[in-house]
Design a protein around this ligand. Structure first.
Ligand SMILES: *Cc1c(COP(=O)(O)O)cnc(C)c1O
Length: 396
């Protein structure tokens, strides 16, 4: 592999030099006020990235998976029912975690490549007259299939049934890259990690809790120690963690969140949409299909691309690594061997995306797929020129 090429995996994402440097800190006393100068503004920034006025932001030394565990163990009790759709590997893993914690998961099986079926959530919630369902799980962006779901519709399903269940949203591959609205959507717990939209190394679970979720921590009985949000909140009151914080990563988070807010969240989202649209133009020029069933489901952070039947898509990923030193994502679970994935989130530009498209194209031609070298690149170039306004200038 090359250390020079950008990566096109949907996390960990490419790191800007400035963020890498911010993570490289001399040792400080993590119980001194110096740490508070990192901790407090970083939490305030994350709250803004979540588009929330009041969410309690918690940051643990962990990953997105630890964020899932933080959400369920702080608010629920063994035997509680949770409602969750399974439409890909990540929603599957969160369901599996709930089951291992003794929760009773009411699973809405959904074809991979489809979004969360808000209508089926609505039916299940309306049928639950006794309010056995304590939490609804929703994966905003299924990284395995490149499918974005409509969280506002899940909230509307809860409201239509006048159901008091908590709404937990996995935003690991969307927060900081795609529009996420904690307050507007009535999210109770949002979960993400450091190594996707925040462009950091892996190592932090990042969460927002609503007042209702905080209240549920008083009744939830699942065991938690390391991930106890009330212990963490007490630590924050003293500008500390209940244990040793990863100071360098926290300093990196402060800079990364500053960078996102300085670029402007709407500009960040528009950049991701523009880059993703170029990738999708290339996919269509190749004559291939996305795993996402319809255009409204297309993710702006990762594209899962179906290869022709009988062809093992993982070969593209292996060949890209060995021949060109470039990393793409493999298919996971049900779509293993059927799709390869291009991650296009975080620190990404149109020019970087073009190099990924060009590499994928070389690999597919090398492996004998009927694709014309340059076809995807040209389609993406055309999209990127038009959307910078260059094509308009040419025409004038
Ligand atoms: C990456 C990812 C996770 C898992 O996060 P880790 O940081 O690897 O633990 C969970 N959900 C989604 C949607 C993801 O993309």
């Amino acid at each position: 592999m090359s250390f020079q090429n950008p990566v096109f995996i949907p996390g960990p994402t490419n790191m800007p030099e400035s963020i890498r440097k911010a993570c490289d800190m001399p040792t400080i006393d993590h119980r001194s006020p110096l740490f508070g100068q990192i901790l407090h503004p970083a939490r305030a920034n994350v709250q803004k990235v979540l588009k929330s006025a009041n969410a309690e932001v918690f940051i643990f030394p962990s990953t997105g998976t630890g964020g899932w565990e933080t959400a369920i163990t702080n608010t629920l009790s063994a035997g509680d029912t949770v409602l969750a759709a399974r439409n890909g590997m990540f929603s599957h893993r969160w369901i599996d975690m709930c089951q291992r914690h003794g929760l009773d998961v009411q699973i809405v099986e959904t074809p991979w490549g489809h979004g969360l079926p808000a209508n089926r959530y609505a039916e299940a919630l309306a049928a639950d007259k006794g309010h056995k369902i304590k939490a609804v799980l929703a994966t905003h962006n299924e990284t395995a299939t490149g499918v974005k779901s409509d969280i506002a519709a899940v909230r509307a399903a809860l409201d239509a049934a006048d159901h008091p269940a908590l709404l937990f949203v996995d935003g690991v591959s969307s927060i900081g890259s795609m529009d996420f609205r904690f307050d507007t959507w009535g999210v109770d717990i949002a979960v993400t990690g450091s190594q996707k939209g925040f462009m950091l190394p892996a190592g932090l679970a990042i969460l927002g809790f609503s007042a209702k979720a905080m209240a549920a921590t008083k009744t939830g009985r699942l065991p938690r120690t390391f991930f106890d949000v009330n212990d963490m909140a007490k630590g924050y009151d003293n500008s500390a963690f209940p244990y040793t914080p990863p100071v360098g990563l926290m300093n990196g988070l402060l800079l990364a969140s500053d960078m996102l807010l300085r670029e402007g969240l709407d500009n960040v989202f528009a950049r991701h949409t523009r880059i993703a649209s170029g990738i999708r133009a290339a996919v269509h020029a190749w004559g291939l299909e996305l795993c996402a069933a319809t255009p409204d489901l297309y993710s702006d952070t990762v594209s899962a691309i179906r290869t022709p039947a009988g062809f093992n898509a993982t070969e593209i990923v292996n060949h890209a690594a060995s021949a060109y030193g470039v990393a793409f994502g493999t298919g996971l679970g049900e779509v293993a061997g059927k799709v390869f994935r291009i991650g296009h989130l975080g620190s990404m530009t149109d020019v970087m995306a073009l190099s990924g498209i060009a590499t994928a194209e070389m690999c597919m031609v090398d492996l004998g797929l009927d694709i014309k070298l340059g076809s995807g690149v040209a389609a993406a170039q055309d999209h990127y020129r038009r959307t910078t306004g260059q094509a308009l200038k040419d025409a004038a």
